[in-house]
Design a protein around this ligand. Structure first.
Ligand code: NAD
Ligand code: ZN
Length: 347
């Protein structure tokens, strides 16, 4: 499989049957050990790859970290550092994160700081990690707020095995499809059409390739998020607030966030496809028919704490057209009015 360059020396491989030592980590001069970091949902895959690495003559062990964002804590990072010490990981060795994006965020953070930086590589085992979290070189731990600690550093390699993604449970497919739809909406009208035509049965290979291409392009123009990288936050200002105040998944919350952002886009930017976008997200099964009650005051308060707020108010990503995003200041009244459009759905 031909790797795709995804920033600096970093390469991405998308294919099937890639869970072997050769596919995951091409030989590298001086590497003698690989520390594999997995999470509960990827532990079997992690062990399988570790065994293949051992068969290829490398020293390798797996550590299964906590579930989800519980892995992205300073305590969890500390445990991993101590484990790397025990393993005797050196400058030429590799930290291999195998899992969803919470796992790769932790693995990437630890790799970028241990010994002032050792090689990191990822096997993205959720659709969200494949189309978004494992790409782009942001690593992160949480500290009260999400992702408040982190580094910018590309992994040397990201591997996406479509056989793994084909077997994902529905809720993990939904979270990834929400980010794939986002990628299409901000940067690839053809990806939007694919998702409209095939809905949840959309061919994963093409979806992943196209969504990755959008992310790679945006990140290559703005690695440190000083400008266009912010477009990747489409739907996330309102989405994060909903996610934090309900039990909704990230993908479902972002789908509602994008629906609100599209209404605001229609009002402020003349966006004509708000209805089309809503049909797209609904067709993907991302907009719940009966929404759990959302405390609007709480959502407003949380939005007020958004990282992208400045003294002129909230800054949101809006669409002029599908594939043509902008960042604009949006006042509270406009956000409230957009919420009203979703009345009945949003309590
Ligand atoms: N670094 C970035 O640029 C970036 C971008 C977006 C999101 N993120 C981060 O990504 C995280 C969310 O990513 P995620 O949705 O991948 O979450 P996750 O890593 O928490 O994984 C979700 C769940 O899937 C399970 N799992 C993993 N692989 C599986 C498989 N093959 N089959 C079945 N279950 C499997 C995990 O155990 C977990 O329960 C958040 O922490 C978010 O902050 C980072
Ligand atoms: Zn997201």
């Amino acid at each position: 499989v031909e790797p795709i360059l995804i920033g600096g020396e970093s390469e991405l491989v998308i294919g099937r049957g890639l869970l072997s030592a050769e596919a995951v980590l091409p030989e590298r001069e001086g590497r003698s050990a690989v520390a594999v970091i997995a999470q509960p949902g990827s532990a079997m895959i992690g062990r399988h790859v570790m065994e293949s690495l051992v068969d290829s003559g490398l020293r390798s062990e797996v550590r299964v970290v906590a579930e989800g964002d519980a892995a992205k804590t300073i305590d969890s990072a500390l445990e991993v550092y101590l484990w790397l010490n025990d393993l005797g990981i050196g400058r030429q060795d590799t930290v291999l994160g195998i899992g969803g994006a919470a796992c790769t965020d932790l693995a990437g953070f630890v790799a970028s700081t241990y010994l002032r930086g050792v090689e990191a590589a990822y096997v993205a085992t959720t659709l969200l990690a494949a189309v978004d979290g494992a790409i782009g070189g942001k690593t992160a731990l949480n500290l009260e707020g999400k992702n408040l600690i982190g580094t910018f550093r590309h992994p040397s390699r990201v591997v996406i095995d479509l056989d793994v993604l084909d077997r994902l449970p529905d809720h993990l497919r939904s979270d990834g499809l929400s980010e794939a739809a986002k990628a299409g909406l901000i940067g690839d009208p053809e990806l939007v059409r694919l998702l409209e035509d095939h809905k949840r049965d959309a061919p994963l290979e093409e979806i992943v390739e196209r969504a990755v291409a959008v992310k790679v392009l945006v990140v290559s123009e703005d690695f440190r998020e000083e400008g266009v990288r912010a477009f990747l936050n489409y739907g996330h200002t309102v989405g994060h607030a909903i996610e934090a105040s309900t039990t909704m998944s990230h993908g479902a919350a972002v789908a509602i966030g994008m629906t609100v952002a599209a209404e605001i886009s229609a009002k402020l930017e003349g966006f004509r496809d708000a209805g089309r976008q809503r049909a797209l997200l609904d067709g993907l099964g991302l907009l719940p028919a009966a929404m759990p009650a959302i405390d609007r005051a709480e959502v407003r308060r949380l939005m007020g704490m958004d990282k992208k707020r400045d003294d002129r108010g909230l800054r949101m990503v809006l669409l002029r057209e599908i594939g043509d995003p902008v960042v604009r200041h949006v006042d509270n009244a406009t956000v409230e009015a957009a919420f009203d459009v979703l009345k009945g759905a949003l309590a």
